[in-house]
Design a protein around this ligand. Structure first.
Ligand SMILES: [Zn+2]
Length: 227
């Protein structure tokens, strides 16, 4: 068994999407050993966290009013067999289409699979000032393909939408179909197998449209059953 961490975590000073409403991550000490009122050397922290800033799940309620929030999603969605689609040949600002996904994994995908789309973009460009302007991205046909295949979860290491597209066709299609999106994963290039076992449970926050995830892939077959 081999565990590969797919997570981009939170850290003070990490890059944040450049919008006025988008707060930077903060790790705030609310008690330190020096301020512990009973002098027991304790430390307590509070996070100011926008889940969308690092590895996280988008629940349907992110875009679909009244749809499922994070706490409404079955944990089973986030644990199980996943297939890696290698699109690492895609260049900057290049769309990934349904035909691209079909060519990459069409012969192997089964209904209920989780699909992990690899471009290596986050691994290569996280921290770049143009990170949000230049990614490869899914186009609407890619979302339609995922829906038609019965994909249970879509994970990706590039951006979900074309930069600047304010209609958000990919989020709308996937989330309307009840397919959560696992965004800002990385390290897919470290996987040796294209069929892995995914663990990507979101932190349970009632009513939240998205939540942080520690995502790992397990390789090595057998130990988890055929799934
Ligand atoms: Zn998101």
């Amino acid at each position: 068994m081999r565990i590969v961490d797919l997570s981009l975590g939170f850290s003070p000073g990490m890059p944040a999407y450049g919008a006025s409403w988008y707060p930077s991550f903060e790790l705030r000490p609310i008690m330190t050993p020096e301020t512990d009122p009973v002098a027991q050397g304790r430390r307590f922290s509070q996070f100011l966290m926008n889940p969308h800033n690092a590895t996280h799940v988008d629940a349907p309620s992110h875009f679909v009013p009244g749809a499922a929030a994070v706490n409404d999603l079955d944990p089973e969605v986030f644990i199980g067999p996943a297939l890696v689609a290698d699109l690492s040949h895609k260049g900057l600002r290049e769309p990934i289409s349904g035909a691209d996904l079909e060519a990459a994994v069409g012969a192997d995908i089964s209904p209920g699979d989780r699909l992990l789309i690899r471009t290596d973009y986050l691994d290569r460009y996280w921290g770049d000032p143009d990170f949000w302007q230049n990614p490869p991205y899914l186009d609407a046909s890619a979302a339609d393909w995922c829906v038609a295949q019965g994909v249970r979860l879509v994970g990706l290491d590039c951006l979900t939408e074309e930069p600047g597209d304010r209609d958000f066709p990919v989020h709308r299609r996937l989330l309307t179909a009840g397919i959560p999106i696992l965004e800002y994963i990385r390290n897919l290039g470290a996987l040796k197998e294209r069929r892995v076992w995914l663990y990507a449970l979101p932190v349970l926050v009632e009513g939240a449209e998205g939540s942080p995830v520690r995502a790992v892939a397990v390789e090595g077959g057998g130990v988890h059953g055929a799934g």
